[in-house]
Design a protein around this ligand. Sequence first.
Ligand code: BDP
Length: 702
Amino acid sequence: MKKLLIALLLLTYSAHADDGYRLWLKYDLIKDAARRDTYARSAQFIAVSGNNPILTTAAGELQAGLQGLVGKAIPIITNAGNRTGGIILSVSTAPNADGQALNNEGYRISNRQNNIFIAGKTEAGVLYGVFALLRQLQTQQPITSLNLTSNPKVQYRLLNHWDNVNGTIERGYAGSSLWKWYELPERLDPRYRDYARANASIGINGTVVNNVNASPRFMTGEYLQKVAALANVFRPYGIRVYLSVYFPAPRTVGGLKTADPLDPEVRAWWANKVKEIYSVIPDFGGFLVKANSEGEPGPQDYGRNHADGANMLAEALAPYDGVVMWRSFVYKADPKGDRFKAAYEEFKPLDGQFNKKVLVQVKNGPIDFQVREPFHPLFGAMPQTPLVMEFQLTQEYLGFATHMVYEAPLFKETLESDTYANGKGSTVAKVVDGSLHGYQITGMAGVANTGSDRNWTGHTMGQANWYAFGRLAWDHTLSSEVIANEWVQMTLTNEPKAVKTITDLMLRSREVYASYTNPLGVHHIMGYGIHYGPEPWLDKAPRPDWRHTYYHRADSVGIGFDRTATGSNALSQYTPEVQKQWSTMETCPLPYLLWFHHVPWTKQLRTGRTLWDEFVTRYYTGADSVRWMQQQWAQVKPAVDPEIFEDVAGRLAVQQKEAIWWRDACVLYFQQFARRPIPAPFKKPERTLEEVKRLVDIYQMR
Ligand code: BDP
């Protein structure tokens, strides 16, 4: 009878189409009965004492997860007594048996006296431990000889939502905002809780709910009530809310004459506002600020600098446990300047002048989330200012929710770059986790790729980028492969061959995308405004640094932006060791070549081809590789849910078509400058440049 029931359950699960809503928290019944029984023997009860909301969440999550995975209802009890064969959750400050200390949110999972112990120094640590144990089961690892201690390497692990009051999302490609402001605070969409669960399961502990191009409304009492309602849902999952700030709010909301950060009335206004915020959100996390950037107002409008603005907010937060994350993404419209250099020039002189509650949030690269960027020169250059790493999960420059790009390799490439700030081994990761300069506070932020689409991220594979960000913010030493492997097993399939095929596909996807869009470090040549598809020919825009010819600088001699001493000398913002790697065409790694050099079309590269031939070869092989991706995906059909399989296959087909669009556009456009043939064995595009150009207009509905 029991067997029949299980078989029925299995059938229901496998026949049920998967819409992707459950993300990596699927908890479907483990198919192998023997494995299921082994797990069940170690999980006969869950013991937890007290009624702390986070511990209650932890126990509930564990119970629900186990119920799905092993198909049994597991009781939650308050005291294990002498019982064995269960899982005991506890907050404990005792050091680990192997001497490894836990930090505030760390956890330890161990087996003792036939029980599994999940301990954390705080309740949140226990919750993270619970998700780690569930991950063991989901990825079919043994759980009888566990000795796992894990501490997050970074303290503030945040998603940044670029969500607007009207429900749109800036650069969002998965539907509209998750937050239904018009229903809040009265109605709480059940999805808010599911959002919190997903984040907690990967260690994310904070969320900035509104766009950095912030609406002043978020500083009104009405909106604070709405935000407070969200905070109440997130709190039991260890997640704090943060708000993006509209800098002149004291004027627009407060009715003051100025928003000058040194004005006493303005300072008093902020102090009161912060007090009001904490009265409704007692664990409010703090502020994120985009100021004097892309038209957003800021302290410079009053003759003050970024530190003046940030410090004012930090002082308002002084009585509370909140911080300021002040963004370094600033650049002025200077036709003679190099946008690359702007943030460093603005912020480097301010090192040491920020209040201790301020973190400066820096994008991974100096321009703007391009397919590939050298690491931002501020990393390593601000020893007295904690720097938050800002990655972009939403695929603004990576093909929206249509192209498959697994971003962990991109994140890792930046994190593992060596700044040489304190000699060899001074990686960006060590800057960010505070170990290099001894930062007291540390953070990592990911611009969210979530939206109201049923599967959260539009492209199912985009879920992996959310997942990878959380895992890396927790532990940047994890490899892209390990993370992909986990995600595939938890989300798509446990069938070993399929796991391997999909993992390989993911690991190669970013290089493939780079090849057919931005090979050899050419950058910022995408569709104007929308940032989709190719538009390298764009030479008219309100600002010089919004024109694409500004970035690629193609002419009859060559292509690329000379940022060495003979050009803009942006390279001088890096340490001498880094400069040395990148300063000559001979030593510069090919993926960064056109970031730093204007290279002659005829230049012989170490691949044995001329620059032109190499450039074209990459476009062609990149586009061909999308066919390979399609073939790989086709192979996993039997192992993946049919609905998800079809969805991804469909998106790959679009990607394939668009890879050829990118290839044809770029090859034909740059050929006008290079005046060289398409090298064999590649065939020249079937359409003309004029024909390809028209596609962008159609796409953008111009
Ligand atoms: C750019 C986006 C723009 C954002 C800006 C930012 O195109 O929509 O507002 O970054 O990060 O990538 O502030």
